[in-house]
Design a protein around this ligand. Structure first.
Ligand code: FAD
Length: 166
């Protein structure tokens, strides 16, 4: 999703017509309206999506910054295409300090290093009274993070409710 967004924004900000191509092996736009976003990128913004496997990225010639991509399409045919710039889309992983933070707070992480939440109580960590929201739980976008944050605030105030007044 962020690669699609960056490609769209690059096109919007460019002073010159800009061609952008997203090479991918597997692409899933799960989440509300995300597939519509991808279709808009393709149909309205002209971003190309190429299902492929890239075998090499090489400089084209001395004195040029261009890069030649060598890739195989779905039928196994090899293609070459030249670009001004190649951007590697990397996955999102848990921050390095998560384990230390989890130890200090006394909560469990899952096997990917994100906070483990109870299955039917998202946001409730393994320790009563400690709630999580946003990307500490798993990769998320901003709207989901905002919903999470409201949920965490609501769960915290539910615990505090009996103390209201006294
Ligand atoms: C490249 C990229 C593009 C994205 N584009 C979009 C987009 O277009 N739209 C969208 O909806 N979402 C987008 N996202 C996702 C979005 O950034 C996240 O959903 C959102 O930032 C999650 O908010 P958060 O508060 O959970 O985490 P963060 O925004 O990461 O905030 C966590 C904060 O905690 C601080 N912190 C960490 N550890 C500690 C510690 N031990 N003590 C004190 N502070 C600490 C960090 O410094 C950071 O400021 C994008 C993400 C990436 C990586």
């Amino acid at each position: 999703m962020y690669a699609i967004k960056q490609a769209m924004i690059a096109k919007e900000h460019s002073h010159h017509p800009l061609d952008t191509t997203i090479f991918y092996m597997d692409l899933r736009t799960h989440g509300k309206d995300f597939e519509r976003y991808q279709n808009r990128a393709k149909d309205e913004h002209g971003i190309k999506f190429v299902r492929s496997r890239i075998y090499g990225i090489d400089p084209t010639s001395k004195g040029s910054d261009d890069l030649a991509i060598r890739y195989a399409d779905e039928s196994g045919n090899i293609h070459y295409e030249t670009f001004d710039m190649v951007v590697l889309s990397i996955g999102l992983s848990a921050p390095e300090g998560s384990a230390e933070l989890a130890r200090a707070v006394g909560i469990e992480l899952d096997r990917y290093g994100f906070c483990r939440s109870l299955d039917f109580s998202p946001g409730q960590s393994s320790r009563q009274g400690v709630f999580t929201s946003g990307a500490f739980g798993e990769p998320k976008d901003i709207p989901e993070t905002v919903v999470d944050a409201s949920a965490a605030a609501a769960m915290a105030s539910r615990l505090l409710a009996p103390a209201r007044g006294p």
